[in-house]
Design a protein around this ligand. Structure first.
Ligand SMILES: C[S@@+](CC[C@H](N)C(=O)[O-])C[C@H]1O[C@@H](n2cnc3c(N)ncnc32)[C@H](O)[C@@H]1O
Ligand SMILES: [Zn+2]
Length: 315
């Protein structure tokens, strides 16, 4: 299967995870298995690779792509929001390395009928997990005007959120807005085209996608579950593609990296709070060469942490 997704920051991820041949590794956003395959190739027969994705097409592509690996491989369809349950079901406890490569794959964007792209006309869908009932059609046609404006503003950082929400509500009284093309047309009528601002529908499409897939709601909790699932010395690498995601990752890491939380005027520590992780350097960006070869890499940002204390183990 040609999955058509070029994996981002491969060398940086491999170096960040510092893969050990007998180790166990978890890819929470398996996609076509690009990162996972390179990790798996470094593992011996007693090494373990677990991959999770909520998209059925990603699971099929990754299953094929990883079929030649000699290490242990477990592939699960599910959401990383349920990491604990998935790993308990697999009977796997802690890992030497975990990766999240967030957002959507090129395969999802490029498959017109998935409804992710403002460049292709198709039914309004945008579900990563097609077993889920909420679709982009429901969001666009059933959410009230205030809620739509809030989503466009918060998840899309769209300046014209109110204007667009009002226009959508006017139009859908006449006929439901059924396709990406119809939504793009409405947006284009209410967002002025700017030279460097990209496509006028870009921000609203990002916002609707985030809402349909609950992307930001589950992220912080999922990262905490992942930190909990690291062995001491284990590494967690997270690639984000927009500032909303990155802010959540940065903040969650900052909290987990904090030691004593006693008020500053306490002479001695009474909270016994310990930092679970240490942050390894600043966020890394792709090289110029990578961006030239793969424009999707342009907005990527990689953050890496290392587990230093296991709260679980001290209970
Ligand atoms: C950028 S792609 C990953 C590509 C992959 N690293 C590769 O190299 O082929 C992101 C993937 O994460 C999946 N995904 C997004 N949110 C998810 C979630 N909450 N749980 C599981 N998978 C998720 C998407 O379905 C998509 O396949
Ligand atoms: Zn303290």
């Amino acid at each position: 299967m040609n999955f058509g997704h070029v994996s981002v920051m491969l060398a940086e991820v491999l170096s960040a995870l510092d893969v050990k041949s007998h180790g166990s590794y978890l890819d929470c956003t398996l996609g076509g298995g690009g990162h996972a395959k390179l990790i798996g190739e470094k593992l011996d027969a007693d090494g373990l690779l677990v991959g999770i994705d909520r998209d059925d097409e990603a699971i099929s592509a990754a299953t094929e792509n990883l079929s030649g690996l000699t290490c242990g491989v477990k592939i699960v369809r599910g959401s990383f929001g349920e990491l604990d349950r998935i790993l308990d079901d697999l009977n796997v406890d802690k890992f030497d390395g975990i990766i999240f490569d967030l957002g959507i794959s090129s395969h999802q964007i490029d498959t017109a009928e998935r409804g992710f792209s403002y460049m292709k006309d198709s039914p309004l869908d945008m579900r990563m997990d097609r077993r889920q009932s909420l679709t982009a059609f429901d969001v666009v046609n059933n959410y009230d005007e205030t809620r739509l404006a809030k989503i466009f503003s918060e998840y899309g950082e769209e300046r014209f959120s109110k204007r667009i929400a009002a226009a959508i509500c006017r139009e859908r009284k006449i006929l439901p807005i059924a396709t990406t093309g119809e939504l793009v047309k409405i947006i284009e009528q209410h967002v002025p085209r700017t030279k460097n601002g990209g496509h006028p529908a870009k921000r609203v499409f990002q916002a609707v996608r985030i809402e349909v897939n609950g992307e930001l709601e589950i992220l912080s909790d999922a990262l905490k579950q992942a930190i909990n699932r690291l062995k001491i010395g284990g590494r967690l690498a997270v690639i984000t593609f927009h500032s909303l995601e990155d802010r959540i990752v940065k903040e969650t890491f900052k909290q987990a990296a904090q030691g004593c939380i006693c008020p500053k005027n306490f002479p001695v520590c009474v909270c016994n709070h310990k930092a679970e992780i240490k942050i390894l350097g600043k966020a890394k960006l792709p090289t110029v060469d990578e961006i030239v070869g793969n424009s999707r890499a342009k907005s990527a940002k990689l953050r890496v942490v290392e587990k230093i204390f296991d709260g679980d183990a001290s209970l």
